[in-house]
Ligand binder design. Structure first.
Ligand code: SF4
Ligand code: SF4
Length: 153
């Protein structure tokens, strides 16, 4: 199941429309409320769920952390710097997780076009673009051949 909007909570602010990478959250012209125009194109990325100030959007959780139809709610609280996840299992159990969210201001992250064009030979390397500098480390952690041998014993 992709996202769906609780119409009574949505105030039509449009933040979900702006952030959706799939461009499928639209505002209904009659009711002035958001809805998912193409559910089968939803990545279930949760961007709209997290940004909605009214907590008006629900989404299916990925099977690895919410299997068998458990319900998942996410609540982003910018003033606290946290995002909370509430999982409700079908047998009545409930799990709550709280994680920190980014604290850098919106729009402060450089876009790919702000970086220097990478050397064409970099495509043969294992690092992704701008690694390891963008991760603030000198080099990516890697197992040595010795450590690999130990892991196989
Ligand atoms: Fe778009 Fe992601 Fe929301 Fe799906 S979960 S509607 S892809 S922002
Ligand atoms: Fe409605 Fe939330 Fe989307 Fe704003 S972000 S339009 S309140 S669903």
């Amino acid at each position: 199941m992709p996202t769906f909007v609780y119409m009574t909570r949505c105030d039509g602010c449009g933040h979900c429309v702006d952030i959706c990478p799939s461009d499928i959250m639209h505002i209904d012209k009659t009711y002035r409320r958001a809805y998912n125009i193409e559910p089968n194109m939803c990545w279930e990325c949760y961007s709209c769920v997290k940004i909605c100030p009214q907590n008006a959007i629900d989404c299916r959780g990925y099977a690895d952390f919410a299997p068998l139809g458990h319900s998942v709610r996410a609540l982003r609280e910018e003033e606290k710097g946290t995002i909370s996840w509430k999982l409700k299992f079908r047998d009545g159990r409930q799990k709550d997780f709280v994680s920190p969210i980014r604290t850098t201001p919106w729009g402060s992250i450089k876009s790919p076009s702000d970086y220097e064009v990478p050397n064409p030979d970099a495509i043969k390397a294992q690092e992704l673009a701008h690694e390891p500098e963008a991760l603030n480390v000198d080099k990516l952690p890697a197992l040595t051949p010795d450590q690999l041998k130990q892991g196989m014993v």
